[in-house]
Design a protein around this ligand. Structure first.
Ligand code: EPZ
Length: 426
């Protein structure tokens, strides 16, 4: 049981260094399946989800480990690839499903457990599967496994029903070794897609248009191992800005790529938070209060769903009424119920939450249902008066935020890990 204890209502001050992007690292590590030899990837955050994908790679027969000599660096030795991914790891982390594209491209056969749903939604993989079929694979479901077979993948024009981040990534990875040209239409445009494409291009792939809705991939016969450093985590950066703003602090958030945070920055500015911007930093000067704003999550470059919970937390103390609409996931309001326990005034109406700003939040025990809900409760707890206890049974926060306790403690937050209860047996 992971418990975080916060005594809030203290303005944060100081510098926050942004780590590498979890959602760039996961597909890039999956893509090492395509690269024979030794690949080295830098700026990888120390996260539970990274350990999970490393364990998936090991289960597939690759050697993968965090480097002991170089911090935040993962080295992968790829001499052989098995085609079956382990059930317990794929169901533990949905992103492991992305390995279907690389395994199919390299082995001609992939057997990947169908990932279950999670707290925020059913998380189907039908768009991934249609993408593999579009490249000529035969795909069927057997005993809870997705089995995809193709002697040789063939380039094709593939229209995604929805700009799915993961499906764009798995199709793009598979297409790098397909015969001929693949065009992915209605592709996701997130910065993590561009980072994956840049990694693959450095390894010899021929990819154009990553970051637009149309990506063109010309298949090649082989790719080669590379060294690469991934982009900073835009969601961690946004979370730090939200924490600085809600506590009316003065924080310099460093090591980010400002261009990746455009929609997030615009929302904080719209609410009246003063921000000094450079290409790789955001200085938050939030001594004054802030106004209510409306949020509607959209595919990139729209407002990111992964920042919706943290902005909802921030808006609980805004002046006025905010409407937060979630259009990407069907069940991403679990944090709203817990925010109400801290004194927030929130009414849910379908896929929208009506948030009436209140003068203060008061600390209470709250439960963490998923990664970004945990981030939202941490942001709210930093502003709440008194003690907030985050019960994070499944270590959700540790899955996505590197050294989060140290980082916020360095800003003056009164935050600590609480030892799990010692169950006394009578
Ligand atoms: C990625 O998940 C991110 N994860 C998520 O971040 C993020 O919330 C999401 O993209 C949207 O931006 C990683 O990159 C590891 P999607 P992904 O496929 O790829 C539906 C976090 O907190 N869909 O873009 O799984 C799906 O149900 C995590 O870091 C299908 O219907 O998201 C959802 O409603 C949470 N069929 C929508 O599309 C499919 O085959 C967007 O999903 C695939 C997706």
């Amino acid at each position: 049981m992971q418990r975080l204890c916060l005594h809030g209502n203290k303005p944060l001050h100081g510098e926050f260094n942004v780590s590498g992007s979890k959602n760039a690292a996961l597909p890039i590590l999956a893509a090492t399946i395509l690269l024979p030899g030794m690949t080295k990837i830098r700026n990888i955050p120390n996260l539970l989800d990274i350990i999970t994908i490393i364990r998936v790679l090991r289960a597939l027969g690759l050697r993968a480990e965090y480097s002991l000599s170089e911090p935040n660096t993962v080295t992968v030795w790829n001499q052989q690839v098995r085609h079956v991914a382990p059930y317990e790891l794929v169901t533990k982390m949905r992103a492991s499903f992305f390995v279907i594209g690389p395994i199919l491209a390299v082995k001609g056969l992939a057997k990947i457990p169908l990932p279950g749903g999670c707290a925020i939604g059913s998380r189907p993989v039908d768009i991934h599967i249609k993408g593999m079929e579009g490249l000529g694979a035969k795909v069927h479901l057997e005993h809870g496994f997705v089995i995809a077979e193709a002697k040789k993948l063939k380039g094709n024009s593939i229209l995604l029903d929805f700009p799915s981040v993961g499906a764009t990534e798995s199709v793009m990875m598979a297409a790098t070794l397909a015969e001929g040209e693949t065009i992915i239409e209605n592709a996701a445009k997130e910065p993590e897609i561009v980072d994956l494409a840049n990694f693959l291009i450095k390894a010899g792939a021929k990819i154009e248009g990553a970051g637009t809705e149309k990506i063109r991939i010309s298949g090649v016969t082989r790719l080669s191992a590379v060294e690469y450093s991934i982009i900073p985590d835009r969601i961690e950066a946004g979370t730090a800005i939200a924490a600085a703003a809600i506590t009316r602090g003065h924080v310099l958030v460093k090591g980010l790529k400002l261009a990746h945070l455009d929609a997030i920055i615009k929302k904080f500015q719209e609410s009246g938070v003063k921000l000094n911007l450079t290409d790789n930093s955001v200085e938050v000067l939030a001594e004054n209060g802030f106004q209510a704003v409306d949020i509607k999550t959209m595919p990139y470059p729209g407002f990111p769903t992964d920042m919706q919970p943290q902005l909802a937390a921030f808006l609980t103390l805004a002046k006025g009424t905010s409407v937060v609409s979630e259009t990407i996931f069907e069940n991403r309001f679990m944090h709203m119920h817990e925010l109400k326990r801290l004194g927030a005034d929130i009414k849910l109406e379908g896929q929208s939450a009506i948030i009436n700003g209140v003068a203060k939040l008061s600390g209470a025990p709250v439960k963490v249902s998923d990664l970004r809900a945990g981030a939202a409760l941490l942001v709210a707890g930093l502003a709440a008066e008194g003690e907030t206890l985050l019960e994070d049974r499944d270590h959700h926060i540790g899955r996505g935020y590197e050294n989060i306790i140290d980082k916020f403690a360095a800003l003056g937050a009164d935050i600590c890990r609480v030892k799990p209860d010692v169950q006394t047996v009578n």
